[in-house]
Design a protein around this ligand. Structure first.
Ligand code: BGC
Length: 760
């Protein structure tokens, strides 16, 4: 296998189990299975199904950690094969990103001296999201004798197991089933009674055919198991397939038992290898669309693929009522909640590589509009207020309490004050529309979100009579170190942008379909009075600036805060807290957690000239602590757009290594999904220099670092697949349809399927 497609763990250390469980999670957007080792009890297993949330006694609604389906034990005589008890003679684990297969191989010696070799592989099917499977090859090395093979489904699983105060069980076990052979367990969530059926069956094959003959079935409380006994012969290899199926009452209206039983039966009939081949073929297709090739820099190549692999694994275009959580389907971190991370950081990847998935992700917001309306109403506003943290309904689920950097309990204000999420969503809708021309989506879904969030802003802004301007006070911008601030530029600017765009869309729909316009006005309670007010608000929205008008003040009063110099960096190049900073008083300093003004300038690049962007980049970069993984990739893009190429490469490496190096120190809680999208943006918008100009033309300003010989990727622009290859002194383009683009600000015409070379 090509190393550039692999992530390898060559040493076992139980203390790293949880980190590797995240790195080696396999997911298909419908389901995520943490990369836990069957042969260790240490770690935090996770089986997550997108859209299955529950609150029960937890602080807030959270993604349910469902019954554990990985249970697979081997006993040699009565000795359990356990990596934490036995002597490990050799061990390797590999994630094959090209094929979506996780494998391991080890040899261990039991306390009584029996040596056994076990090799295994596992996949969560991208061909059929209801299927997953594992294969085990077992070889006794120094003995003939009895081996017990135990297949278990464990319904005792809880969420927050390692946080005893918050440990919660989110389901009741309803049924333990003997499939004769095979086992299944049905659970039902506490609040909404969503039924989840998980089942697995073992198939043991060698030259004699089926060798799993002696079977025993048991129910142990909330666990169900089947046990096989074999008499193994030294040096003979025994192959066992474990085939699994999943169905929930979210998926279908009819009996999940029937659907499940049919699925597992068909799967057994098809066999492991057939499903695996189909799964690999789907990955092959996916990679054709999403792969980024970087020649000359193995670290960058492997790292970017790692990020693309997990990002693609986290989405499922077949369900438009789910989105991608901040930690993917890879862990319980952030409780499986959806943030602006999806729209602002991940969505561009889907827009430009798989627009259908992008649409499904945006539909999740449309389908949770009722929740957003409820939020606005409960907070005394009108229209729709999307939640800062979202689960299955769109109501606000941000916890009210958390732990600060000193480990003390702290009130979390983001759910009350981080209003910019509304415009992040409308901005994403616009970005999707611009790249796809999907008028049907804009008219039937996007428009309603624009108008109802504009209605929210109308009720949220405050008119300052004295200064004849509109203000938005008491907010949190993207930089969460500063709470309860007034007139955060990011928030105000994008609210203004969104209201302005809503007014343009009103004109657009009036021209297109007057009765549709009338209907939507009736539905949302809008009329010309409102549109007049919107016009006034967008004209008079207050945007703070510096005295000379160049550095934009992040919020009113930011310039007066204490300047603290960042001087030290850790082994991953991340800033270390300066000595004189008080961690519970960050709000009194100019230190920022992540880009805020710079984020705005990246999103609305054409509204800020290059010098202004450069000065603001320089100013804010030296104040940024990068305490969010969302940060480094964005600085790499802005750096490149203003000529700071040295730092761009450094930031890019930080972004792609966020989880591989665990440089935020919390990879064990799940993948940094927004960062995976940021990594893609860093390549395509940063090094590829792609932006869309005012006339909606693609504009490429590529530059590649000296470490790279060549960078290539594909983008989907209005169904036109454009292949881009960037070399040191030339850029090659090939499009599936004719299109006019700009390269280094010069107009170029691409002809269908013809390669065009542009010299630097
Ligand atoms: C960041 C937010 C982000 C959230 C989830 C926070 O630490 O400040 O911008 O949305 O994490 O990833």
């Amino acid at each position: 296998m090509d190393l550039l497609w692999e992530i390898v763990q060559d040493k076992y250390n139980s203390r790293e189990n949880r980190k590797y469980e995240t790195l080696f999670t396999l997911a298909n957007g419908y389901k995520g299975l943490r990369g836990a080792l069957e042969f260790s009890k240490l770690g935090e297993r996770g089986n997550f199904i997108a859209g299955i949330f529950d609150k029960n006694t937890a602080q807030v609604t959270e993604i349910v950690n469902c019954q554990d389906i990985l249970g697979f034990n081997l006993y040699i005589e009565e000795e359990l094969v356990d990596l934490d008890i036995c002597e490990i003679l050799n061990f390797t684990r590999k994630l094959n990103m090209k094929e979506g297969i996780l494998s391991f191989q080890f040899e261990i010696k039991t306390p009584k001296g029996k040596i056994i070799k076990v090799a295994s592989e596992r996949f969560v099917s991208r061909n059929n999201v209801h299927r997953w499977a594992a294969k085990y090859l077992i070889t006794p090395i120094n003995f003939n004798g009895k081996i017990l093979i135990e297949n278990i489904i464990d319904g005792t699983i809880t969420n927050n197991t390692l946080d005893p105060i918050n440990t919660t069980k989110h389901f009741n076990v309803e049924e333990l089933i003997d499939l004769k052979p095979g086992i299944a367990l049905i659970t039902s969530t506490i609040d909404k009674k969503i039924k989840i059926m998980e089942g697995t069956s073992l198939i043991g094959l060698n030259e004699e055919g089926n060798f799993l003959k002696e079977r025993k079935f048991n129910k142990f409380g909330e666990k169900v198991r089947e046990l096989y006994q074999i008499f193994a012969v030294k040096d003979n290899e025994y192959t066992i397939y474990k085939l699994g199926a999943t169905y929930t009452s979210r998926d279908i209206n009819c009996s999940i038992k029937e659907a499940f039983e049919k699925e597992l039966k068909d799967f057994i009939y098809d066999g492991y290898e057939k499903e695996k081949d189909a799964h690999i073929k789907i990955w092959e297709k996916i990679w054709t669309n999403i792969d980024i090739k970087i020649k000359g820099d193995d670290l960058a190549q492997q790292g970017i693929r790692f990020n693309l692999f997990h990002l693609s694994s986290s989405a499922y275009e077949g369900d438009d009522k789910i989105s991608i959580a901040a930690k993917g389907l890879h862990g319980e971190g952030y409780k499986g909640h959806v943030f602006w991370d999806t729209e602002t950081f991940m969505l561009p990847f889907f827009i430009y590589t798989s627009p259908e998935t992008a649409k499904a992700l945006l539909m999740y917001r449309y389908n949770t509009l009722e929740g957003a309306r409820k939020n606005a109403m409960l907070n005394g506003f009108k229209g729709a207020q999307f939640p800062w943290e979202s689960a299955d309904e769109g109501v606000e689920v941000t916890p009210k309490w958390g732990i600060d950097y000193l480990g003390n309990p702290v009130r979390i204000w983001t759910g009350d004050e981080e209003f910019h999420i509304n415009s992040d969503i409308t901005f994403a809708i616009w970005e999707y529309y611009r790249a796809t021309n999907d008028e049907d989506f804009l008219k039937n879904y996007g428009l309603e979100i624009f108008l109802d969030t504009a209605k929210f802003w109308q009720s949220r802004v405050e008119y300052n009579k004295l200064k004849d301007r509109y203000e938005i006070n008491n907010v949190i911008g993207p930089d969460e170190f500063h709470e309860h601030v007034n007139n955060n530029v990011y928030t105000n600017y994008l609210a203004k942008w969104s209201i302005k765009k809503s007014l343009e869309l009103v004109e657009w729909i009036k021209n297109k379909d007057m009765s549709f316009f009338n209907n939507i006005c009736i539905k949302l309670g809008l009329n010309n009075e409102d549109f007049k007010i919107w016009q006034d608000i967008q004209e008079k929205m207050y945007i703070p600036k510096s005295k000379d008008g160049r550095i934009i003040e992040q919020f009113e009063g930011y310039f007066d805060l204490k300047y603290i110099k960042i001087t030290e960096y850790d082994e991953n190049g991340m800033p270390v807290w300066p000595k004189d900073v008080e961690l519970d008083k960050l709000g009194e300093t100019q230190l920022i957690k992540q880009p805020d003004v710079i984020m705005l300038m990246l999103m609305l690049r054409e509204e800020f000239d290059e010098d202004v962007r450069r000065e603001n980049y320089k100013y804010y970069e030296e104040r940024t602590m990068h305490k969010s993984s969302l940060s480094p990739s964005m600085y790499s893009i802005m750096g490149l757009s203003v000529g700071d190429s040295n730092n761009a490469y450094r930031y890019f490496i930080k972004a792609i290594m966020t989880d591989l190096n665990d440089n935020q120190g919390n990879t064990e809680l799940g993948i940094h999904a927004a960062n995976t999208g940021g990594a893609w943006q860093s390549v395509v918008f940063g090094f590829g220099g792609l932006s869309v100009d005012k006339d909606q033309r693609l504009n490429f300003n590529p530059w590649i670092p000296k470490q790279w010989n060549e960078l290539s990727f594909n983008i989907n622009w209005r169904k036109n697949i454009i292949k881009v290859t960037i070399k040191e002194d030339e850029v090659l383009f090939e499009a599936s349809e004719p299109v006019e683009i700009l390269v280094y600000n010069k107009c170029c015409k691409l002809e269908k399927d013809k390669v065009l070379s542009v010299k630097r």
